[in-house]
Every structure is written in structure tokens, then in C-alpha cells.
Design a protein around this ligand. Structure first.
Ligand code: SF4
Length: 207
């Protein structure tokens, strides 16, 4: 928990300025659609920081909850605000990431959707002796993508990680390519190779 809070405040200060740009389009979008932004300062701030990070890492404002899939059509649909907002509001009360919801959503409903989201992401990670196996997570039924995805698992493990290297096992080449971009953005070195049925990537965190 303490590592999560340290990570949150690091990102908050890092993205304080660019997050203002996110706030502006989000307010306009909400006004046009009868929505509102998550009233929890921490949730909204975290999602805005994540949106900034997605833009800086992958060059586009992808959903803060899903790394790019490599499928152009799907990735286009996952640009925030994504194509799933309306449907997900019907299912969860808010969009998947609990960033947007109807203007009349009650505090309790916001809380319930935020809790649902946290429970999806705060699952035990398969980390053993410096090897993180990211495979086998449940799939989001709209996007067909894992929750939590490789990116969120790696980020969660790196919060407070003491080792110099992290081996990351992924299923698809796109995940290895995403990991390269994440490494580049964070100043790590990354290499990967195709094994029999999976990809093994190595992140060198410190020289
Ligand atoms: S789920 Fe919410 S935060 Fe994610 S892309 Fe859609 S609108 Fe944006």
C-alpha cells in the first residue's frame, strides 16, 4: 500500500501540468454528454496521470486501463473517451475505468464502481525469483484483452521492486513491443526472445 501511495504522488507531481490539459477535454466531454468525472480526487488524479503516461509512452491517448492491442480497429476504439462508455455505464454505472459516469450517479454508486475496478487490478501477481509471468489473466468481455494487462502487472511489481533485472513472460508479440516502449520511456533496457509458445523479456532496471 505504501509503495502504491509513493507511486501515486510521484506521478501526481510528474504529470501535474499535462494533467490540466486532460482535465479541460474531460470537462468539455462531460458537459456535452451529461456525464461527470469521478468525484474522488485520488481516482480522478490517478486516471489523469495514467492518461498522460499513455500519451507519452505510446503517442496516443489510449485508455489508461488497457495497453494497446496492436489491432488498429480495436486500438482506435480504445482511445479515451472510448467507444464503450455508454454500454459500460449500463453495466457498471461508469465507464470501465470509473473515470466517467452519469451526472446524477450517487456517491455510493461511484464508490461501488471504483471498488470493482480496484478489485480487478489488485490481484496477486505471478512473481517468483525475479520472473513475472503475466499470462492467464481474465479477459475483458468487450475488448478481449486481459485485466490486468501486462503493463499494469509490470507497473505494480516495479513499485518498490529492489532487483536490478526483471524477467517478464508474455503471450503476444504486441505485449513485448509495448514493454519495449515502457522501458524506453522509463529509461530501462529491454530485450526479448520468442520461446516455445511464449515470449521472455528481460528488463534491466539498473546498470
Ligand atoms: S473506459 Fe473510461 S477511461 Fe477508459 S478509455 Fe473508456 S472512457 Fe476513457
Amino acid at each position: 500500500m505504501i509503495n502504491m501511495m509513493i507511486g501515486f504522488f510521484k506521478d501526481y507531481f510528474k504529470y501535474k501540468e499535462p494533467a490540466k490539459k486532460q482535465q479541460r477535454w474531460m470537462e468539455k466531454y462531460c458537459e456535452q454528454n451529461g456525464y461527470t468525472i469521478n468525484p474522488s480526487w485520488m481516482m480522478a488524479t490517478n486516471l489523469k496521470s495514467n492518461l498522460c503516461e499513455m500519451e507519452e509512452t505510446f503517442g496516443k491517448r489510449y485508455c489508461p486501463c488497457f495497453e494497446p492491442s496492436g489491432d488498429k480497429e480495436l486500438d482506435k476504439k480504445m482511445m479515451c473517451p472510448c467507444d464503450y462508455v455508454e454500454d459500460e455505464i449500463k453495466e457498471y454505472g461508469t465507464c470501465h475505468c470509473a473515470l466517467f459516469g452519469p451526472a446524477d450517479l450517487s456517491k455510493a454508486e461511484w464508490k461501488a464502481s471504483s471498488k470493482r475496478l480496484m478489485e480487478e487490478y489488485q490481484v496477486p501477481k505471478n512473481l517468483k525469483n525475479g520472473v513475472l509471468d503475466t499470462r492467464g489473466m481474465p479477459l475483458d468481455h468487450r475488448r478481449g484483452l486481459p485485466v490486468p494487462d501486462m503493463m499494469h502487472q509490470v507497473k505494480a511489481v516495479l513499485n518498490g521492486y529492489k532487483g536490478n533485472t526483471l524477467i517478464v513472460i508474455v503471450e503476444r508479440e504486441q505485449e513485448a513491443l509495448n514493454l519495449e516502449k515502457i522501458a524506453q520511456y522509463r529509461g530501462y533496457r529491454c530485450s526479448w526472445e520468442q520461446k516455445d509458445g511464449f515470449i521472455e523479456a528481460e528488463l534491466i532496471l539498473r546498470a
